[in-house]
Design a binder for this molecule. Structure first.
Ligand SMILES: [Fe+2]
Length: 287
């Protein structure tokens, strides 16, 4: 898989030059790739927190990334990090739906911090201003549950030939992953869009998009066209999400972190999010 490097057109200072804010790596589970990229006997090296980590699949099919703890869940390969180098005290959650394993993925590297990428999803006002959303209603208020944080939105968008209304559930799995579940009930489709962030070096992140889609079982279709539609929708969703997120890239790349931003009621639950995010910082501070 080719990983692109983001080239900013702006002359502003790049986030990874703004030290020492960027020195700490958050704890949690972070994506190093996707299960199907490792066949038995394969070794692939991946950048992670300033080092190159060799990830090996044994002949028996088990993944090893010694000395880091490694997990495979939802078709994604995760490695764990904590300050004292023990495995995180929590696991990647399971989901009842089978659709969450992505079958298409892409990645880009840039300056930034995982927390900024995740905070982007609950910054309501910017979603309207930057992403061309006509309205955003909160259906289920933001809720923290240990290392997980979730919120459900209804968003309306005007597209060239139609307008859409989508219900989107966003579930954060630590600061390394956000899973968006999007109901397209009009088309009897459910899409799962993952946005994954891996700290690869001081102030540098790898930003992954991965997606899958499922046609509702009630929509009777032979398996061949069903899988064809699911693949096509997943691929299109991932492309579209990455394209939509491009508006955020210069912000991640150049952002300076403000510990005490001036917020108003339209900015979303950023205070609650930052309070939740403290559990992942190396010293219990804001970052
Ligand atoms: Fe955004």
């Amino acid at each position: 898989m080719r990983v692109r490097t983001y080239k900013s057109p702006y002359a502003a200072r790049v986030a990874d030059e703004i030290l020492p804010t960027w020195l700490s790596y958050p704890s949690g589970w972070f994506c190093l790739g996707f299960s199907r990229q490792w066949k038995p006997g394969d070794v692939h090296t991946r950048p992670f927190m300033g080092t190159d980590v060799p990830v090996h699949r044994t002949r028996e099919g088990k993944l090893r990334a010694d000395p880091l703890p490694v997990r495979e869940a939802h078709g994604i390969v995760w490695v764990g990090h904590t300050r004292d180098r023990t495995p995180p005290g929590w696991e990647i959650p399971s989901f009842p739906e089978s659709f969450v394993s992505p079958h298409t993925y892409c990645a880009v590297e840039m300056a930034g911090h995982p927390q900024d990428v995740m905070e982007n999803f609950i910054d309501h006002r910017h979603i309207i201003e930057l992403h061309g959303v006509d309205f955003l209603d909160v259906l289920t208020e933001a809720k923290a549950d240990g290392p997980f944080f979730s919120v459900t939105y209804r968003v309306g968008r005007s597209l060239p030939f139609c307008s859409t209304v989508q219900d989107i559930r966003v579930q954060f799995i630590g600061l390394g992953a956000a899973l968006m579940t999007i109901e397209l009930s009009r088309y009897r489709l459910t899409a799962a869009q993952w946005l994954l962030v891996t700290p690869v070096g001081p102030g540098r992140i790898r930003y992954w998009g991965a997606a899958s889609a499922t046609v509702a079982p009630s929509f009777r279709l032979p398996s061949l066209p069903r899988h064809g539609i699911e693949r096509l929708v997943g691929f299109g969703m991932n492309r579209w999400s990455l394209r939509d997120s491009r508006a955020d890239w210069p912000i991640y790349h150049h952002k300076a972190y403000l510990p005490h931003p001036r917020l108003n009621s339209e900015d979303g639950p950023i205070g609650a999010f930052r309070h939740w995010a403290r559990q992942f910082s190396s010293d219990g501070s804001d970052r």
